[in-house]
Design a protein around this ligand. Structure first.
Ligand code: BGC
Length: 770
């Protein structure tokens, strides 16, 4: 079976370049790479009082107390982590990598603890949808949430937090106290292979949803790692591409998303990304790490490098990197012996070495990792039944009904025969690939219910979760439900002609390290859907995709559902939506373009054939902060489906909008009424507009509302002043210009129900928006 080493061709090449073109490791370092440094052991006899275990003290005070007792070696031990899988490919003669002592097999890594002082090891696991496994021979079988983009599509922060708490609990019970979760790069590029891990295209929505997910994880005494900081918007050339962006645009887009998530979730850690930003690697980018994150936002936790994203010792340490992760992914163990030398030589100050260790300790204290330590693998106590309900609720609110002609859905109770076609809908639902891969609790020990169809190593195996839409549908309808794989479009069309209703499952598998070439469903799926829809108008398409796709057959089918990657209870969630047991309420967290030509970059930047030493440029100044719907608004383009869009089995009316200046922001109140005949949830959206912004309007606030038929509710929202401001780079402040601001109550980015005007005085806010 494959390991992290057997990646896509590109990544295998890049990774092997990392591993063979390397600096040798000294014998002294070899001693310390897998165990605590000798100096740490020297003090083992002396009993140490532990005043830092007083839980009434602030985490910063506790970190300072413990720091006083630590030797330099001990401090530096906290800044260096090891990959923790049985990856033979890492055991090159020059790397001296061995499976780390106390590492949990098949996990992302470990930073050894210091027993003398009671500092726990940091056991690290991927990722945002649950406890992942680094290899698939005998993966851990755990609950998977739906993809991050689906959770964003719920527009329900409470669900994001509940989901975070659920996966944090599984991480804790599996022996992990660091979860590499909190992915939130804004969706600038619909072809990005990792869009499924993130929160969509809008800084407010992505920031709020990811912030709540982080908060949930950390409620289980597990450090969450907000990532990939920053501008890691595509996988093509991810190790080298240099994304250029002006500071104002940066602060008003991706950085604002991170800033909001940081405020809500207060993550113990932030992971810097592989790419460069404005000429410097993200993990040695003084502006990103020291200025923006630590100074302007007041981040007290630690910055860890992505696996293979560290490039230097002195430069990185002084630019704000606090921990090198996943040795031996990098070319050199920069933060091991070399860092000690740099401190001894004064290239890195002892104050900075203290700061690095203090930040790691702060992150651990702040989530309770000292007070409620993990106790190894206790996976048998995981409450999988309760967790299935959590992941199912998430899926049910994030699945988006995109089209429903003549109320084809919910499925008519009179239907006698329902034909399902494609995407292994008889056995399961698709998941996204790469380091975040979770394997279903009810899967065989290999984790695979369908033999790997990718078969080219990482980011495979292409994995389906064992939650069958067919079984779930059969249990809910009196109809005869049958399945065809769809490989023969003619046979599928012939069978479709005889069925009362046809449901075609269209899939787009995406994964870490590879972008998709275009937005079409791969292989012959579009032709299949076309043929089936011609044979039977009562065709429903259920999409399982990583992000936006185009739909050339849209006018021919009766209904479309975007189910993303719906997680380990996804089959049931899909069935409950199709039958109307659940009323769909998901809304698109990203614009679905009609074609690639509508994008800021019709051709993806960076040539996938370039090697690690090439430095392709990515120009994020094309759209700047005008991402997604903002770009479409600004350029007058009409998307296939707009941001914020989604249908329901009932109808809602929005009205009564009032908006007033409040504090430095705007308070907007309005009423939502369910005017249809079934209960349902909707997402009321408030957009704001003023002249001189990057785009005609911005999302200012949103609220998910749950209403019985005929019921109405008044809703109060606050618009964050930063969403009414522009960032002034000279003073690092947010400036609100005096003038009229349009406040719009809307059902999507293109469907405005009501607009009012508010006059605001000129105001200046500090870098944190206060
Ligand atoms: C990914 C990270 C992940 C890390 C550890 C990297 O390749 O970019 O998201 O957390 O590996 O597995």
């Amino acid at each position: 079976m494959m390991t992290r080493g057997t990646r896509s061709l590109l990544n295998v090449l890049l990774r092997s370049a990392v591993l063979v073109g390397v600096i040798g490791v000294s014998p002294a370092l070899a001693q310390t790479t897998n165990n605590a440094p000798a100096a740490a052991a020297a003090k083992t006899d002396a009993p140490v009082a532990r005043p830092w275990m007083d839980t009434s003290l602030d985490p910063s005070v506790r970190a300072d107390l413990i720091l006083r007792e630590m030797t330099l070696d001990e401090k530096l031990q906290l800044t260096f982590g090891y990959f923790s899988t049985d990856a033979a490919w890492l055991k090159t003669p020059t790397k001296n990598w061995e499976f780390p002592k106390d590492g949990l097999p098949g996990s992302a890594g470990i930073v050894p603890g210091i027993a003398r002082l009671g500092i726990p090891s940091q056991w690290q696991t991927d990722a945002g949808v649950g406890v992942a496994s680094q290899r698939s021979a005998t993966p851990r079988l755990r609950t998977s949430l739906p993809s991050g983009i689906l959770t964003a599509a719920t527009w329900n922060p409470a669900l994001a937090e509940a989901g975070g708490a659920m996966i944090g609990n599984e991480a804790f019970l599996s022996g992990f106290n660091v979860q590499l979760a909190g992915g939130m790069n804004l969706l600038r590029e619909p072809r990005n292979g990792r869009n499924f891990e993130y929160g969509g295209e809008d800084p407010l929505l992505a920031g709020v949803m990811t912030g709540h997910a982080i908060k949930g994880i950390q409620s289980e005494h597990v450090v969450s790692t907000m990532k990939h900081y920053a501008f890691n918007g595509q996988e093509t050339n991810r190790f080298t591409i240099d994304h250029r962006i002006g500071e104002q645009a940066a602060r008003q887009s991706d950085l604002l998303a991170f800033q909001i998530a940081n405020e809500i979730g207060q993550p113990g850690s932030v992971m810097c990304s592989y790419n460069r930003v404005n000429g410097h690697y993200a993990c040695e980018n003084d502006w990103l790490l020291n200025t923006v994150l630590k100074k302007d936002w007041g981040f007290k936790g630690y910055v860890m490098s992505d696996w293979g994203a560290a490039h230097s010792t002195t430069e990185a340490a002084n630019a704000g990197l606090d921990q090198q992760s996943g040795w031996a992914f990098d070319r050199s163990p920069y933060f091991s012996e070399a860092l000690r030398e740099a401190v001894n030589n004064g290239h890195v100050s002892t104050a900075r070495a203290d700061d690095m260790a203090r930040r790691v300790l702060w992150g651990m204290f702040s989530v309770g990792a000292f007070d409620t330590p993990v106790r190894g693998d206790r996976a048998t106590t995981i409450d999988y039944a309760a967790h299935a309900a959590v992941t199912r609720s998430d899926a049910e609110e994030g699945i988006v009904l995109l089209k429903n002609d003549a109320n084809l859905l919910p499925l008519a109770k009179t239907a006698k025969s329902i034909l399902l076609i494609g995407a292994h809908a008889d056995v399961g639902v698709l998941s996204g690939g790469g380091s975040s891969q979770v394997y279903s609790p009810n899967a065989p020990t290999s984790g695979l219910i369908v033999p790997d169809e990718f078969n080219k190593g990482f980011p495979g195996p292409k994995t389906y979760h064992a939650s069958s839409p067919m079984t779930a549908l059969q249990a809910r309808t009196g109809a005869r439900v049958t399945y065809l794989d769809g490989k023969d479009p003619r046979a599928a069309a012939a069978a479709a002609r005889k069925a009362d209703i046809v449901i075609v499952f269209g899939e787009q598998w995406t994964g870490e390290s590879i972008d998709v070439p275009d937005l079409a469903l791969p292989d012959a799926q579009n032709a299949l859907i076309d043929a089936v829809a011609r044979a039977n108008r009562k065709t429903v398409v259920v999409l399982e995709t990583g992000g936006p796709v185009v739909m050339p057959w849209l006018s021919k089918v009766g209904a479309v559902i975007e189910a993303w990657y719906p997680g380990t209870a996804g089959g049931e969630a899909i069935a409950r939506i199709l039958t109307g047991e659940v009323n769909p309420s998901g809304r698109l967290p990203a614009t679905f373009p009609a074609s690639l030509s509508q994008l800021p970059r019709p051709v993806l930047e960076g040539d996938p054939k370039l090697d690690r030493d090439a430095h392709p440029m990515g120009n994020y100044d094309i759209e700047g902060a005008a991402i997604g719907y903002k770009w479409f608004d600004k350029t007058g383009r009409k998307p296939l489906f707009p941001f914020g869009y989604g249908l329901s089995y009932t109808r809602f009316a929005l009205g009564g909008l009032k908006a007033d200046a409040k504090g430095k922001g705007i308070a907007a109140t309005f009423a939502v009424r369910n005017t249809g005949s079934v209960a349902g949830k909707t997402v009321a959206q408030v957009y704001v507009a003023a002249p001189g912004w990057e785009a005609p309007k911005r999302l200012g606030a949103f609220k998910k509302v749950d209403l019985a038929p005929g019921a109405s509710q008044s809703v109060a929202t606050m618009i964050d002043p930063r969403l009414l401001a522009t960032f002034d780079t000279a003073t690092a402040t947010w400036t609100i210009a005096e003038g009229d601001y349009q406040v719009m109550l809307a059902d999507s980015a293109v469907s405005i129900a009501q607009t009012v005007t508010v006059h605001l005085p000129a105001q200046t806010l500090d870098s944190r928006g206060k």
